[in-house]
Design a protein around this ligand. Structure first.
Ligand code: NAP
Length: 255
């Protein structure tokens, strides 16, 4: 008999070996889901999956580099062979490009002097990677009775907030890489939601808040569990839940 149970809700989380993705995996596992820990490094993925299992969860590591079509295709086949479907996809993997998201440090993203290769790299992961992974896994999501897609975005991608000189992002340096990548991800969220609404697939963007992780050199003030809360909520929406929205834990975020 297969070791893989197909009775539980199956969730794939990209970039789940650490940070918000890992906290999301831990919480979804605690809720009884089978969690597939997408990780570009096999060892880091296995370590995270072992930790979730040690806490009583059902977790497996899946090698998945969102910029690498070969690993994305292999991951989709792996999920199909073991589970035959996917219920939840969380597009969480992301990079800042400079390694800095904190306002005082991201000088290398200022539009007038940004390195175009860095912008390309950030979009390759944060935007094109989401299309690549979503499209590879959509056939499996379509076999789920209640498919959910969550794109982990950022308030930094909100044009409404970013264009308000007195708003909460006023202290951030202008960014031509990370922030526009999240704006593009928000755009994709709406477009996927529009296409998939008729199929009952709910697609939403999450703003986790400013979370203490490697991406901002641990300058964030929320725990990863706090940051994951909205991601988990959007991953577990009922059939009457929203689609094509952008939400933080406190409620909707303006586009
Ligand atoms: P993190 O701790 O640096 O985690 C990022 C994760 O993404 C890691 O697992 C990393 O894997 C993975 N990753 C990067 N490139 C990848 C690729 N090409 N393929 C697969 N996985 C890849 O940062 P985090 O804060 O948890 O970030 C998670 C998401 O939250 C990101 O989309 C980020 O933009 C978003 N976000 C974070 C904050 C915040 O304050 N922290 C705020 C708003 C939004 P490796 O370990 O191999 O590098």
């Amino acid at each position: 008999m297969s070791e893989y149970s197909t009775n539980r809700t199956v969730a794939m989380i990209t970039g789940a070996n650490k940070g918000i993705g890992r906290a999301t995996a831990e919480r979804l596992a605690a809720l009884g889901m089978t969690v597939l820990i997408g990780a570009r490094d096999q060892g880091r993925g296995e370590q995270a999956a072992a930790a979730v299992r040690a806490a009583g969860g059902d977790a497996y590591a899946v090698v998945l580099d969102v910029t690498d079509p070969a690993t994305v295709g292999a991951a989709a086949r792996w999920v199909e062979e073991r589970f035959g479907r996917l219920d939840v996809l969380i597009n969480n993997a992301g990079i800042s490009g400079s390694g800095q998201v904190s306002p005082e440090d991201a000088h290398d993203q200022v539009p007038s002097s940004v390195d175009l290769d860095m912008v390309r790299a950030v979009f390759e992961t944060n935007v094109f990677g989401v299309i690549r992974v979503t499209n590879a896994l959509l056939p499996l999501l379509r076999r789920s009775p209640a498919p959910r897609i969550v794109n982990v975005s950022s308030a930094a991608g909100s044009l409404t907030l970013a264009s308000d000189p007195d708003g909460p992002l006023a202290g951030l340096l202008a960014s031509a890489a990370y922030s526009p990548s999240k704006t593009a991800l928000n755009g994709l969220t709406v477009q996927y939601a529009n296409e998939l609404r008729k199929d009952g697939i709910l697609v939403n963007a999450a703003d986790p808040g400013f979370v203490d992780t490697d991406i901002n050199h641990h300058t964030g003030y929320l725990t990863t569990a706090q940051g994951a809360a909205v991601v988990v909520r959007l991953a577990t929406l009922g059939a009457d839940g929203p689609t094509g929205g952008f939400f933080a834990e406190g409620g909707p975020v303006p586009w």
